[in-house]
Ligand binder design. Structure first.
Ligand SMILES: Cc1cc2nc3c(=O)[nH]c(=O)nc-3n(C[C@H](O)[C@H](O)[C@H](O)COP(=O)(O)O)c2cc1C
Length: 180
């Protein structure tokens, strides 16, 4: 079985999550093409059995080139089992409204592009305060004011790796069932 794992990233956390997914599928004996959507053309020659796309939320939306990519590739994405991993900080907020906002981010993307993934997984992102400029620090501090208690300062990764593994294994099993 071969799978395309394609991601967009701004600060690197989504790339890290995509690489972890790639390892999980490789450990299951799958052939994995791990690609940044920013530099992708080649994979289309070799259509995979399944696809997982990943993108981070920045300022309330996914990166525009990622949305363009999904719109352009929606037809073939809809022809194979596919899934989306949305990476955000709001999804780990203590505030229910903010978590709901994060749950809703994919709705706009799917409506805009026509992509219909089988599954959507929400992953917590990361704070890298030391690497941000003043504006990003300010923005991200506001975003993380409702992060779990005591985590508002310093760098922190909010990705739940066990939940990611569970999602990957459920998706792999579903693809297997559909191919059987
Ligand atoms: C400038 C900036 C804006 C962000 N805006 C949002 C946002 O609107 N909603 C949200 O849930 N997370 C937001 N985040 C958090 C990112 O989704 C999180 O840091 C994620 O790990 C970034 O993924 P990346 O490292 O792959 O770019 C923002 C982060 C930065 C640096």
């Amino acid at each position: 079985m071969n799978i395309l794992i394609a991601y967009a990233t701004v600060e690197g956390q989504t790339r890290k999550i995509a690489a972890q997914l790639a390892e999980i599928f490789e450990n299951r004996g799958w052939q994995v093409a791990l690609q940044n959507t920013a530099g992708m053309m080649e994979f289309i020659l070799n259509r995979p059995d399944a696809a997982i796309l990943l993108a981070p939320v920045h300022a309330g939306r996914y990166p525009t080139p990622f949305t363009h990519f999904v719109r352009q590739e929606a037809d073939w994405l809809n022809s194979v089992p596919s899934a989306f991993v949305s990476v955000s900080l709001s999804i780990v907020s203590d505030n229910a409204d903010e978590r709901q906002e994060a749950e809703d981010y994919p709705t706009g993307l799917l409506a805009e592009t026509g992509w219909q993934p089988l599954a959507i997984h929400h992953a917590g992102g990361a704070l890298r305060l030391a690497e941000y400029d003043f504006f990003k620090r300010w923005m991200v501090r506001r975003l993380s004011r409702n992060a779990p208690a005591g985590e508002q300062k310093g760098d922190r990764e909010f990705t739940d790796w066990a939940a990611l593994e569970l999602f990957a294994s459920e998706f792999a099993n579903e693809v297997g069932r559909r191919k059987a």
